[in-house]
Design a protein around this ligand. Structure first.
Ligand SMILES: [Zn+2]
Length: 190
């Protein structure tokens, strides 16, 4: 896909919005992850950021909150005409919810070498437990998304001054299952 393609520019615009949401979550002490769901008309129907710490809720990931809000907005749990934008590759829980929602298209920023369940650590959408063929575009504004997470973790490390903090290394270890992925379109942005 060409970077100048209007569709692709649209993906970047929504990813920018997700980055803004992630930023505010980071400032509130959350791991900065933001998500936006856009309907078939190109209108944002749900926006969310990670609220795990604030809500004392391990399921309060940006994607889960956005999927719930989108269902309410549409009065329909089928999100097959919707696009979910999220700054970080979804975890197993969120990948499962995305499959359950029959999401039309997932667009995410940076791969998550720790818990990425779209392709990096696991591939839930293509696995035997998935009943939905998910379209995925990975790597949209990946450097900005990676930078945001790295900055946040570096600041937190600075505060904690602990050598034992095991924060995610978003420089990314080598992926072994990348070639096995069938549905992901990879964007290589410079
Ligand atoms: Zn998640």
């Amino acid at each position: 896909m060409l970077i100048a393609d209007p569709t692709y520019q649209g993906h970047r615009r929504w990813m920018n919005r997700a980055l803004e949401l992630a930023q505010s979550a980071g400032e509130a002490g959350e791991v900065p992850v933001g998500a936006v769901i856009v309907d078939s008309e190109g209108q944002a129907i749900a926006s969310a950021s990670n609220r795990k710490e604030r809500d004392f809720d391990p399921t309060a990931h940006a994607e889960i909150i956005a999927i719930r809000a989108a269902g309410q907005a549409l009065q329909n749990w089928h999100l097959n005409h919707c696009t979910l934008y999220v700054t970080l590759e979804p975890c197993p829980m969120c990948a499962g919810a995305i499959v359950q929602a029959r999401l039309g298209l997932l667009v995410y920023g940076v791969d998550d070498p720790k818990t990425g369940a779209i392709r990096t650590v696991a591939n839930i959408p293509d696995s035997a437990c998935s009943n939905h063929r998910l379209q995925v575009i990975a790597g949209v504004m990946s450097s900005q998304c990676r930078q945001q997470l790295q900055t946040w973790f570096a600041q937190r490390r600075g505060r904690k001054k602990s050598a034992l903090v095991q924060d995610a290394d978003f420089s990314g270890r080598p992926r072994t299952d990348r070639d096995s992925t069938r549905t992901v379109i990879q964007i290589e942005e410079k």
